[in-house]
Design a protein around this ligand. Structure first.
Ligand SMILES: [Zn+2]
Length: 387
């Protein structure tokens, strides 16, 4: 299992110059290789990453001697990356590789494991020396490589470490989760995680910063300063959001072996202009993908419940349906006189979470009926060999 730890760097002014130069070299080589690939492809030849690299090295001394000023990986790796990108493209897994832009692309370059050395809180880079790291590497294992990137105004190193696979011990508990915009997640146990809507909270600040940016003269120092301010704000919002998502998903994955969720059409929801910002702000797609990878890693499973399953308007206990329920109804009252929950005020989202849990257990064949008729507020415990 390969894990990555992303660490903020504290480079000196000279080191920042080196980083920018190495990232610029990597971008130049990528663009050179892509242009050459396209040209050869159109001419009916069969370009490969290795052939292109050889071709580049033949003219390098004469035309691009400055590419030797930084680590050799800055001019090696783009060929391998491009080869991989084309393989993914031809297999239909990715878009066609595009040219990297100085303005829009994220500056970055790669370091293979023989091109870096790690000390306590520092990182050694060829032709540069030691660079200070904000914290030390969290994982112990074989370092397979690293990538240096710039986000907002800061430089980071993401170090890949190969670690022995953890022994997957499936957690016995099962839980259902209802997601939404009012409350980010409501568990079938009744616990709720509020949607902190970081973007919405910061929107005023962001708008002011953007206005300032557009009042500044193009190409001026003040415009650059304003641009960095906007980038830092965006970066901070992403960090706060990721923090919430990581903490929630790690906790759930550590406690439950089966988690039922709704199969939401997130792309479709983001296209809806009225709620698109709120949905991107909640980052439900990221929530689901983090949850899935963490639960799977621990030997559990995330079960998706059909998009059209009426999780909100069904009583989780008896199956009675409240057909006229609207989005504004926050409290569910079952109208089935023989149901133990008859007229009992249930939280809308918790009831939905319980329905999702039942349906998920039904999907994986652990219970026959969606609704058993006997309500239970407890977690459902799976038999040890289930799933
Ligand atoms: Zn009922």
């Amino acid at each position: 299992m390969i894990k990555a730890h992303k660490i903020r760097l504290h480079p000196t002014a000279e080191q920042v110059v080196y980083f920018a130069k190495a990232a610029g070299t990597a971008r130049f080589v990528w663009n050179w290789a892509l242009a050459e690939w396209n040209r050869q492809y159109e001419a009916g030849e069969k370009p490969t990453a290795l052939k292109l690299k050889k071709q580049f090295n033949e003219i390098r001394r004469e035309h691009f001697p400055w590419t030797w000023e930084v680590t050799k990986n800055a001019s090696d790796q783009p060929f391998l990356d491009l080869g991989k990108a084309f393989t993914a493209f031809f297999a239909g897994r990715a878009h066609r590789p595009r040219f990297k832009s100085k303005k829009r692309s994220k500056p970055s370059f790669y370091l293979a494991n023989d091109q870096l050395e790690l000390g306590d809180h520092r990182l050694w880079i060829p032709k540069l020396g030691w660079v200070n790291m904000a914290e030390k590497l969290r994982f112990t294992g074989k370092v397979t490589g690293a990538r240096i990137t710039k986000s907002a105004d800061w430089w980071f190193v993401s170090i890949q470490v190969e670690m022995p696979d953890a022994v997957a011990v499936k957690r016995p508990g099962a839980i259902g989760m209802d997601v939404g915009l009012n409350r980010l997640a409501t568990l079938s146990t009744g616990e709720g995680v509020e949607n902190q809507a970081f973007l919405k909270t910061a929107l005023g600040k962001l708008r002011r910063a953007n206005k300032r940016l557009h009042r500044r003269k193009l190409g001026s120092n003040n415009r650059e300063k304003a641009r960095r301010e906007v980038a830092r704000l965006h970066y901070r919002i992403t960090c706060m959001r990721d923090d919430v998502l990581h903490k929630l998903t790690t906790r759930l994955a550590n406690c439950y072996g089966m988690i039922g969720i709704e199969d939401l059409n997130i792309k479709g929801l983001i296209k809806n202009r009225r709620v698109s910002r709120a949905f991107s702000d909640a980052a439900l797609g990221k929530l689901f993908s983090l949850l899935d990878s963490k639960v799977t890693q621990r030997g559990g499973q995330v079960v998706k419940v059909g998009r059209f399953f009426p999780s909100s308007k069904t009583c989780h206990c008896c199956g009675w349906k409240w057909e006229t329920m609207t989005l504004g109804d926050r409290v569910f009252r079952c109208q089935n006189a023989v149901c133990p929950y008859y007229q009992f005020p249930q939280d809308r989202d918790q009831n939905a979470g319980q329905n999702i849990l039942r349906e998920a257990l039904h999907v994986i064949g652990l219970i026959d009926q969606v609704v058993t008729g006997i309500g239970s507020d407890e977690d459902v415990n799976l038999p040890a060999d289930a799933g």
